[in-house]
Write a protein that binds this ligand. Structure first.
Ligand SMILES: *Cc1c(COP(=O)(O)O)cnc(C)c1O
Length: 229
């Protein structure tokens, strides 16, 4: 490993590289000038490395563990008020109170009990982070997300009585399958429900996701390098 200076150059250079790839993917998909938010997934990386991305002007970040984010982000957000933090990992109902003040986007709304708890706590706190419904497009037993067959009813429940600010859908395709059909399915469910935002695509497949209409891509490794173990 090189000095800190090199690391900073790396992260800034990686961000530029991913941004260029996003622009190229938008053009290839005839979505020229279309909008894709690059969510830099900083999980496991220490605050010093995250700060390098913030110093280079990057704005959107993603964390998958509430506890880790609560330890790392309050100080970073104070220092960089423009930062916007996305929760991209599972949310337990007993953590809802803690996540509302910290996160600006919650991408993993996936069950009625969580939706009800979010709605109640949003009224309590008067803070309403944008929400995405996570869909388990691969119907994997261990994976979070509402099943595709139950998505329409769940989205209706969230937006109807609960009045959650649902902006779009999110998915994590199975690791051993072509992601394209999962991205296409997510886009189809969003379209028939009138939702415009799609969070899909990671380091290895964000360009494919953009071809299928992604409006947020969640990229970790291609920006920060491999996560320490
Ligand atoms: C870790 C993670 C990512 C980023 O994965 P990379 O392969 O490092 O880009 C994206 N989405 C979710 C939900 C994650 O947990």
């Amino acid at each position: 490993m090189g000095s800190n200076l090199n690391v900073q150059t790396d992260i800034a250079a990686n961000l530029r590289k991913v941004h260029s790839a996003i622009v190229a993917a938008l053009e290839a998909a005839d979505r020229d000038g279309g909008e894709v938010d690059l969510v830099a997934v900083s999980k496991i990386h220490p605050a010093e490395r995250v700060r390098l991305a913030l110093e280079s002007g990057h704005r959107f970040f993603g964390e998958n563990r509430v506890q880790e984010a609560a330890a790392k982000w309050p100080a970073l957000k104070e220092e960089f008020p423009q930062a916007r933090l996305h929760l991209i990992g599972p949310l337990q109902t007993n953590k809802v109170r803690d996540v509302l003040p910290l996160f600006d986007v919650i991408e993993t709304v996936d069950r009625p009990k969580l939706a009800r708890t979010l709605a109640a706590e949003m009224s309590n706190q008067g803070r309403r982070p944008v929400c995405f419904v996570q869909v388990n497009t691969g119907e994997e037993g261990q994976k979070a997300g509402v099943l595709p067959s139950a998505a329409d009813a769940f989205i209706e429940e969230c937006r109807g009585d609960l009045e959650l600010p649902i902006a779009g859908l999110m998915c994590i395709p199975p690791v051993d399958e072509e992601p394209a059909m999962h991205f296409a399915l997510l886009a189809k469910i969003a379209a028939r429900n009138g939702l415009s935002r799609l969070s899909m695509g990671m380091s290895h497949d964000f360009e494919i996701a953009i071809a299928f209409g992604a409006t947020e891509v969640r990229v970790g490794t291609a920006i920060f390098g491999r996560r320490p173990t």
